[in-house]
Design a binder for this molecule. Structure first.
Ligand code: AHR
Length: 498
């Protein structure tokens, strides 16, 4: 067992924890929509075909906003295919996932589903195979109250009030050679700028996110962001980051330190934003929309390129205890950058690299990663605080020496929450938290994810094998909270605010 201390002070603020930090992502692919959230005939489905068991779990997860309809899918998608009478909607080849898209669920249906789950819509426009004109037409359809061709078409299609979508993504991962309509940074930057300018002519208050790199490992990372920002700085509000992690070749230590890579990504993009701001002598502030992040074990062979199935099983990763602990660490990293990461989207939500799984005609259940997300979305409120952490370090093959613990706190009125990752594979941590200066009183509680079997997963047969566990070692003496953190664990501590 090693000892560690975390000092908290209410003045060591990082930034406001935006509710949008707990966004999700629904891509029109695999069994995400069809056979996931939408399954007419399922015992829990309403007349709209949406499974109410899934709705309940999404609400419990605490998702605040959902990016839709892709992902890679959006770069080949015609939004018009998903509106109007369902019977008249075309079936199309989805080149991104080599599937057949029936368009049975489109913009209207998805928005109705979001009303059920209580989350906002974040729309992605296709800037891969389409351009400014089509993005404008979608904006007119979605946001103009009436009296124009597209707005009246929406009303004719049964939606009197506009969808009033505030946040928009200007395409998806257009730096990647897997992306339909891939572009170089100059071409994309110009397209993002003119599209954003035109969209703002319709509604000046839109929040617009341009594509950053698909991940930090792209050869163009950094140059892509700089170039896109040089073109579009005055027109956009966010630049996106995407990151997926997985345990590679049994290197658990590096996997648990994935937050170090995510942090590097965020800080590099912030520095790039500030560089372009300096060169432009701009007062404008651009923040980060981390609009895809998760654990993902990619299987390059899982797409069947010999057929065009409807809603095939794709990217149906099953997550372990280790995955959930590393995932909790990623949430800590996002909170530690709450000053610049103003929106984030867990990719994805149901069945496809998802915290929620479903079986056709059967149950829906929570994956291991569901638990740290739901707890953080529920407890991380108000202002994020940067603690001063005194802890040993641990060696990792990928990221060198990293602190063995990672931690962040939030404070909201009379309640504080502390989120801690113990990266040690063998040792427990005896952690003291100096929280006296926070001025929060009341009971303390610690819950977390750890297990003697780090490979344990939740499955159809054992859906609750891994859940949040009560850590009964927590105690409080005056302003000092002490707790023992098991090896390889993620823990959330609450102080006060009952
Ligand atoms: O989330 C799965 C895929 O990952 C998305 O479609 C794409 O944007 C990213 O590469």
């Amino acid at each position: 067992m090693f000892s560690a201390n975390l000092k908290l002070h209410p003045d060591f603020t990082i930034g406001t924890v935006e509710r949008r930090l707990f966004g999700g992502f629904v891509e029109q692919m695999g069994r995400h929509i069809y056979g996931g959230i939408h399954e007419p005939g399922h015992p829990t489905a309403g007349p709209d075909g949406f499974r109410r068991d899934v709705v309940g779990l999404v609400r419990e997860l605490g998702i605040t906003a959902v990016r839709y309809p892709g992902g890679n899918f959006v770069s080949g998608h015609d939004w018009e295919d998903g509106v109007g009478p369902v019977a008249d909607r075309p079936r199309r080849l989805d080149l991104a996932w080599h599937s057949l898209e029936t368009n049975e669920v489109g913009l209207h249906e998805f928005s109705d589903w979001l009303d059920l789950v209580g989350a906002d819509l974040v729309l992605a426009a296709n800037l891969g195979t389409r351009g400014t004109r089509e993005a404008l037409q979608l904006l007119e359809y979605a946001n103009v109250p009436g009296g124009t061709a597209r707005a009246d078409e929406r009303r004719k299609n049964g939606r009197e009030e506009p969808f009033d979508v505030r946040m928009w993504c200007l395409g998806n991962e257009l730096d990647g050679d897997w992306q339909i309509g891939q572009k170089n940074a100059d071409d994309y930057g110009k397209l993002a700028a003119v599209t954003a300018r035109a969209m703002r002519a319709v509604d000046a208050d839109l929040e617009l996110a341009a594509c950053g790199s698909s991940w930090r490992g792209m050869p163009t990372f950094g140059v892509w962001e700089r170039t896109v920002l040089e073109h579009a700085y005055d027109q956009i509000d966010y630049i996106s980051c995407h990151s997926y992690y997985h345990e590679e070749d049994g290197d658990t230590a590096s996997f648990l330190a994935s937050g170090a890579d995510m942090e590097d990504c965020i800080e590099s993009v912030v520095h790039t934003i500030e560089h372009v701001r300096a060169v432009k002598r701009s007062k404008r502030r651009i923040d980060i929309a981390f609009d895809e992040w998760n654990i993902w074990y990619q299987d390059p062979n899982e797409i069947d390129v010999t057929s065009w199935p409807v809603a095939p099983r794709l990217l149906e990763n099953q997550y372990s205890v280790t995955d959930a602990v590393a995932f909790g660490g990623l949430l800590i990293t996002l909170l530690k950058h709450a000053d610049r990461v103003k929106a984030a989207n867990l990719a994805q939500l149901v069945n496809v690299i998802a915290p929620i799984m479903t079986e056709p005609g059967g149950p829906a259940w929570r994956q291991t990663t569901f638990h740290p997300f739901a707890a953080t979305a529920r407890l991380a409120r108000g202002t994020a605080l940067q603690g001063v952490l005194d802890a040993p370090t641990v060696s990792t093959a990928k990221y060198g020496e990293v602190p063995v613990l990672d931690a962040v706190a939030t404070i909201d009125g009379d309640r504080a929450a502390v989120f801690v990752l113990n990266r040690s594979l063998e040792e427990s941590a005896s952690l003291t938290v100096d929280a006296g200066l926070l001025g929060v009183d009341g009971p303390v509680r610690a819950q977390g994810i750890w297990d003697t079997d780090r490979h344990a997963k939740n499955t159809l047969e054992a859906p609750d094998r891994v859940t949040l566990r009560e850590n009964t070692s927590i105690a409080r003496e005056g302003g000092t909270v002490s707790v023992e953190l098991p090896p390889m664990s993620w823990t959330c501590i609450t102080i006060g605010g009952v």
